[in-house]
Ligand binder design. Structure first.
Ligand SMILES: *[C@@H]1O[C@H](CO)[C@@H](O)[C@H](O)[C@H]1NC(C)=O
Ligand SMILES: *[C@@H]1O[C@H](CO)[C@@H](O)[C@H](O)[C@H]1NC(C)=O
Ligand SMILES: *[C@@H]1O[C@H](CO)[C@@H](O)[C@H](O)[C@H]1NC(C)=O
Ligand SMILES: *[C@@H]1O[C@H](CO)[C@@H](O)[C@H](O)[C@H]1NC(C)=O
Ligand SMILES: *[C@@H]1O[C@H](CO)[C@@H](O)[C@H](O)[C@H]1NC(C)=O
Ligand SMILES: *[C@@H]1O[C@H](CO)[C@@H](O)[C@H](O)[C@H]1NC(C)=O
Ligand SMILES: *[C@@H]1O[C@H](CO)[C@@H](O)[C@H](O)[C@H]1NC(C)=O
Ligand SMILES: *[C@@H]1O[C@H](CO)[C@@H](O)[C@H](O)[C@H]1NC(C)=O
Ligand SMILES: *[C@@H]1O[C@H](CO)[C@@H](O)[C@H](O)[C@H]1NC(C)=O
Ligand SMILES: *[C@@H]1O[C@H](CO)[C@@H](O)[C@H](O)[C@H]1NC(C)=O
Ligand SMILES: *[C@@H]1O[C@H](CO)[C@@H](O)[C@H](O)[C@H]1NC(C)=O
Length: 351
């Protein structure tokens, strides 16, 4: 059966035909068979069982992910619970595999040394598991330690590294792909809630209204959230209990950008969800009319965008002033002042 496929492949596929749209079912099956045979020959078991269990209706989609200079991150190991779960619920397998495909060769040239890193898009774009803007796929973050080993960051507590880089050729085709053996199956980013928990950041969302606003943000497709780390917030968060819900919304909106901006695209100025200007200079972010914070950890991926950790909250001047620690009613003024300004402007306009 494999032979027949390969003969068909040989007869019907010039190299790189994979770049040309959907495959006929037998072509895609031939691709999958060759793929499985190769990794089995390398002695891998867990990853092979997952690929083999891909339901047949997804095989053509899987083969068509490899339409360029793809690298497949092949898992050397899959934890038992995950493996059993996938083999029992094979509908999940396609998305899991798609998250292991990147459309670039990996190596020293494109993976910088830690703490620098690169964010590479994977092939995972299923709207059931990715909540980014239309056409955007979920990414992964890679870095190289000084010992030369590439690590996949943001994988929870698991430190996943690449144990070898090589290429494999699909028999019958003069076409080869890169593969990287990863020490463990990768997990695509979870919800914003999961992401903040994994970062151990709790102070910001300890205010119930802020927690609810973050919850709403977690369903917006494609956001950037600057989240203050606990150390920069614990001393003042309690005083925010006195703020109006509008003021709290403004605070949250100061920290959100509509759109997924990974660290490398934080340059110049961008408008936040409060329609204020954020300006970027290296690792600092400045809120116009407010304060500057340091970005202490960048590119923490989440299901609907990206989180950057900052060392203090981004507040406009009346709030950032230490005098406001009493939490008295004057803090409410920015909201009222801006409402009043709108009313006054409206009056002038009406006149
Ligand atoms: C592979 O397919 C994707 C989605 O259809 C497309 O965006 C990309 O340009 C294709 N790459 C090549 C090399 O054809
Ligand atoms: C994993 O599962 C296999 C068979 O399903 C079993 O033989 C093995 O002992 C399990 N390993 C662990 C660590 O549970
Ligand atoms: C297998 O999946 C079904 C639902 O898809 C679930 O009810 C069942 O508990 C699962 N079994 C195991 C062993 O995980
Ligand atoms: C990280 O990138 C910055 C800016 O390009 C560079 O100055 C710095 O030397 C890099 N750090 C490492 C460890 O390569
Ligand atoms: C996901 O990518 C595939 C190609 O890799 C493309 O054919 C498909 O339309 C994309 N789906 C979405 C929802 O963007
Ligand atoms: C790479 O991961 C494997 C498996 O988790 C581990 O045994 C090894 O020590 C890691 N290597 C490095 C350099 O971190
Ligand atoms: C395969 O392609 C390479 C370049 O991509 C070429 O040098 C080589 O001659 C080709 N081999 C065959 C058998 O077509
Ligand atoms: C978010 O995480 C908290 C624990 O930190 C939990 O209590 C809450 O239910 C979670 N919310 C959702 C929507 O999962
Ligand atoms: C979060 O806290 C847990 C338990 O205290 C710790 O194991 C983990 O390393 C912490 N994670 C981060 C990202 O600080
Ligand atoms: C975010 O931007 C998109 C595209 O410009 C727009 O469709 C969407 O309504 C915006 N979302 C919010 C909450 O402003
Ligand atoms: C950012 O951090 C650097 C070094 O950690 C420090 O010198 C600088 O003052 C910080 N900037 C701000 C705005 O906090």
């Amino acid at each position: 059966m494999h032979l027949i496929h390969i003969v068909f492949l040989l007869l019907s596929w010039p190299p790189l035909i994979l770049a040309q749209g959907p495959l006929l079912p037998f072509e895609a099956e031939g691709f999958l068979d060759a793929f499985v045979a190769f990794f089995r020959s390398k002695g891998f078991k867990d990853g092979v069982s997952i690929v083999e269990s891909l339901p047949s209706k997804y095989i053509a989609d899987f083969a068509s992910l490899f339409n360029g200079s793809m690298t497949f991150l092949f898992p050397a190991f899959v934890p038992n619970a995950t493996l059993n779960n996938l083999l029992n619920d094979t509908e999940k397998i396609f998305d899991v595999l798609a998250y292991h495909v990147v459309d670039t060769p990996l190596g020293n040239a494109n993976i910088p040394v830690y703490p620098n890193h690169t964010v590479l898009p994977s092939a995972l774009n299923d709207t059931a598991s990715v909540l980014l803007r239309t056409g955007e796929s979920q990414s992964m973050v890679l870095t190289r330690l000084t010992d030369g080993i590439i690590h996949v960051l943001e994988q929870g507590v698991t430190d996943i590294n690449i144990t070898s880089l090589d290429s494999f050729t699909i028999p019958g085709l003069n076409i080869s792909y890169g593969y990287a053996v990863v020490s463990e199956l990768l997990t695509a980013p979870g919800t914003l809630n999961d992401t903040l928990q994994a970062l151990n950041i709790t102070a910001f969302a300890s205010n119930t209204h802020i927690a609810n606003a973050i919850e709403e943000t977690s369903t917006e497709p494609g956001i950037t959230l600057f989240v203050p780390e606990d150390a920069g917030l614990v001393s003042e968060i309690a005083s925010w209990a006195h703020l109006s819900t509008d003021s709290l919304d403004d605070i949250v909106n100061n920290h959100v950008i509509n759109g997924t901006y990974y660290f490398k695209s934080l340059v110049g100025t961008l408008r936040n969800a409060a329609d204020q200007e954020l300006s970027f200079d290296g690792t600092t972010v400045t809120l116009k009319g407010g304060n500057t914070a340091n970005i202490t950890k960048s590119d923490v991926l989440t299901q609907n965008g990206v989180v950057h950790v900052i060392d203090k909250a981004l507040l406009t001047s009346p709030l950032k002033s230490p005098a406001s620690t009493s939490g008295d009613v004057t803090i409410l003024c920015p909201t009222w002042a801006s409402l009043l300004a709108v009313v006054v402007a409206g009056l002038f306009y009406a006149l």
